[in-house]
Design a protein around this ligand. Structure first.
Ligand code: GLU
Length: 453
């Protein structure tokens, strides 16, 4: 082991000891650290200033009780989190996740990823993340509202347009953002648009924000494919999930001439060889808050519902050109990767945060599949949140076309800079190394300039 590798390993061992049980956080740190050996060799100042140790320690972690009453007047207690991870490049920025699986370690893994993702956008945003183990599924609108009001009553002490700017993530969409913003406005007695992003278009939200994460992931995949003179035209694609990211990834693939034959939710998957009907799926998921099973019932034709196995098994039936995992962390394992490789997959871009297990990533890379990691491929969402902040700061509102053009520009530049960094460090085409190294260096240089804080 080189001296740099030994040093990185000793920091990683300390992270394990100091943060017991936080498996996903360990995984996220490990994935970044794996890329950093040549960086530490070239830049001993990063080790001297303890950048690695500092970047793994959140600047502030807030955990709070969230009491609320349901429609039958029963009292419930959930746990709220906000991890303000790194503010070297700007105010903490990152979404809130409401899902029963959310623990501190989940929020820390997401917050850690967010630091580097946000850096890669080239926009002035630091990294943070938050959430709760509250499950909005099956709750009435009024229950969700009371929960959001209680959550914000505590969170409002710690956020602000120059401090920390939350947004949505799994379980937090337009409805939740509305209730959260309303309560913030009421408690602080000011219309501070820039305190939260993902707002409704009529009250400070940005056009194209809803579409941005899915669109961005497809643009990133398009750029990767272009390096091999390929594209989406005529391509067969599987998208996992059917939430906000998945939906708009499906729409963008179709705009570029591809066919999406698979999508899923937490209960099952749909195989639709004629191509997913985007409008029908959007209506069911966004408007009716339904399931993909409902899609299959209403779609008819050759669409099939599969409630066992994984959406990635569809590759075995149809052969697949591009895979876009847009559901959740560690949803695509080595076996799924094997199925995709065997069936000819050419590119994989992560629309979700860390959806591919480390073994799956290795399998793709070994097979020469173009692989875009989440911190690069799904950066379009948070980038457009930063554009929403720009519009709020200038009390302006841009057109859909202009905002989408800015997103397009950000994603193509991001792709280029990640690719260039991978080449510079002797690993051409390795987007994992490129993203980790480039994101890390942007943050590390700012941290050094700002002193030991
Ligand atoms: N939750 C999204 C992400 O993982 C968006 C965050 C934001 O817009 O602040 O990047």
């Amino acid at each position: 082991m080189s001296k740099a590798a030994e040093f990185i390993d000793s920091v990683y061992q300390a992270v394990l000891t100091r943060n017991p049980g936080e498996r996903e956080f360990h995984q996220a740190v490990h994935e970044v650290f794996e890329s950093l050996e040549p960086v530490i060799e070239r830049h001993p100042e990063y080790a001297e200033s303890a950048i690695l140790e500092r970047v793994c320690e959140p600047e502030r972690q807030i955990i709070f009780r969230v009491p609320w009453t349901d429609d039958r007047n029963h009292v419930h207690i959930n746990r709220g989190f906000r991890v303000q991870f790194n503010s070297a490049l700007g105010p903490y920025k990152g979404g809130l996740r409401f899902h029963p699986s959310v623990l501190l370690g989940t929020v820390k893994f997401l917050g850690f990823e967010q630091i580097f993702k946000n850096a890669l956008t080239g926009l002035p945003i630091g990294g943070g993340k938050g959430g709760s183990d509250f499950d909005p599924k099956g709750k009435s609108d009024r229950e969700v509202m009371r929960f959001c009001q209680s959550f914000m009553t505590e969170l409002q002490r710690y956020i602000g347009e120059y401090v920390d700017v939350p947004a949505g993530d799994i379980g937090v969409g337009a409805r939740e953002i509305g209730y959260l913003f309303g309560q913030y406005k009421r408690l602080r007695n000011k219309f501070e648009s820039g305190v939260i992003t993902g707002k409704g278009i009529g009250w400070g939200g940005s056009r194209a924000r809803t579409e941005a994460t899915g669109y961005g992931a497809v643009i990133f995949a398009r750029e990767m494919l272009e390096t091999r003179h390929a594209g989406f035209d005529g391509a067969k694609v599987i998208v996992s999930g059917s939430g906000n990211v998945a939906l708009y990834a499906i729409q963008k693939v179709q705009q570029l001439g591809g066919t999406v034959v698979g999508a899923s939710d937490s209960q099952g998957a749909v195989y639709d060889p004629d191509g997913i009907d985007f409008e029908l799926l959007r209506e069911i998921k966004e408007v009716e808050r339904g399931r993909v099973r409902d899609y299959v019932d209403r779609r008819g034709g050759r669409a099939e519902y599969r409630n066992s196995g994984s959406v990635w098994d569809i590759a075995d039936v149809d052969g697949i050109d591009v895979a876009l995992p847009c559901a959740t962390q560690n949803e695509l394992n080595a076996e799924n990767a094997e199925t995709l490789v065997r069936n000819g997959v050419r590119a994989v871009a992560e629309g979700a945060n860390m959806p591919c297990t480390p073994d799956a990533v290795r399998r793709f890379q070994k097979a020469g599949v173009l692989f875009g990691p989440g911190k690069a491929a799904n950066a379009g969402g948070v980038a457009t949140s930063a554009l929403e902040m720009q519009q709020n700061a200038s009390r302006d509102s841009w057109t859909f076309e202009y905002t989408e053009q800015r997103l397009e520009q950000i994603m193509t530049r991001l792709h280029r800079s990640v690719r260039r960094t991978a080449e510079e460090y002797g690993h051409p085409g390795d987007y994992v190394r490129g993203a980790n190294i480039h994101g890390f260096q942007l943050v590390a240089d700012a941290m050094i300039a700002q002193g030991v804080i």
